[in-house]
Design a protein around this ligand. Structure first.
Ligand SMILES: [Fe+2]
Length: 233
């Protein structure tokens, strides 16, 4: 069984699921594809919203989804509440524990897509204070926006790195060979779908898992799943 460590399935929270019905269908697809735990990670943008408001909104979306799951009566993966926290200047000075995956100190952090800037030092500071266990979201996606040297610096940061299933499947974003090298060498640690909907950014765990296994990296995949289970509590 697999864990989806990164997705936008909570209804009407961000640019992800637009309705409870869509969320239920996405969860059914997770289930069909062998995912038994889903970490719900809606976008959190500190420059637009404070933590308290975000957490209240997230709780309402979660309660709504839970009620719909109960009413549906079907079987669904177990859920964990989390967030995809966009890196901003303020974060370094805040207590981020409430944004970690519930019951853990695991923080899914999204780096800016703009070129390497002063944010890099702030990211390092958050990682090095060791209060949170930082997981960088979809590290492979920054290959296109950062210079090679800068991306190498990101990859060298002493924290965990998550990759998207869609990047394993499509080589549009990045060079798949490079991604597979990272998988092979254990340079990337966790996998997630980053699913947003049922069409353009769907739940595609099954296809990614198939490719990783075909390439001969079943052992690395197993490690990634076990790590995700521990980190998500
Ligand atoms: Fe995301």
């Amino acid at each position: 069984m697999y864990i989806d460590f990164h997705c936008h399935i909570l209804p009407q929270m961000d640019d992800g699921s637009e309705s409870v019905e869509m969320s239920l269908e996405m969860l059914r697809r997770e289930m069909e594809q062998g995912v038994d735990r889903v970490v719900l990670t809606p976008h959190f943008y500190r420059h637009r919203e404070d933590q308290r408001s975000f957490l209240a909104r997230r709780q309402r979306a979660y309660d709504k989804l839970r009620r719909a799951m109960d009413a549906d009566g079907g079987s669904f993966p177990e859920l964990r509440l989390g967030a995809e926290v966009a890196m901003t200047k303020q974060l370094r000075f805040e207590d981020l524990s409430a944004l970690c995956i519930q019951g853990t100190n695991t923080l899914l952090l999204e780096l800016p897509f703009e070129s390497m800037g002063s944010w890099y030092g702030d990211v390092r500071a958050i990682i090095e204070r060791n209060t949170e266990r930082v997981v960088l979201a979809h590290v492979e996606r920054f290959r296109d926006s950062l210079k090679k040297k800068d991306h190498e610096e990101i990859m060298a940061l002493p924290c965990l790195k998550q990759i998207n299933t869609s990047s394993v499947i499509s080589d549009g974003f990045f060079r798949r060979r490079q991604l597979m090298k990272w998988v092979e060498n254990g340079d990337v640690h966790i996998i997630g779908t980053d699913a947003h909907n049922l069409t353009s950014r769907p739940v595609d765990m099954r296809s990614a898992v198939k490719i990783i296994k075909e390439k001969g990296y079943s052992a690395q995949l197993k490690d990634m799943v076990e790590r995700a289970r521990k980190l998500s509590g």
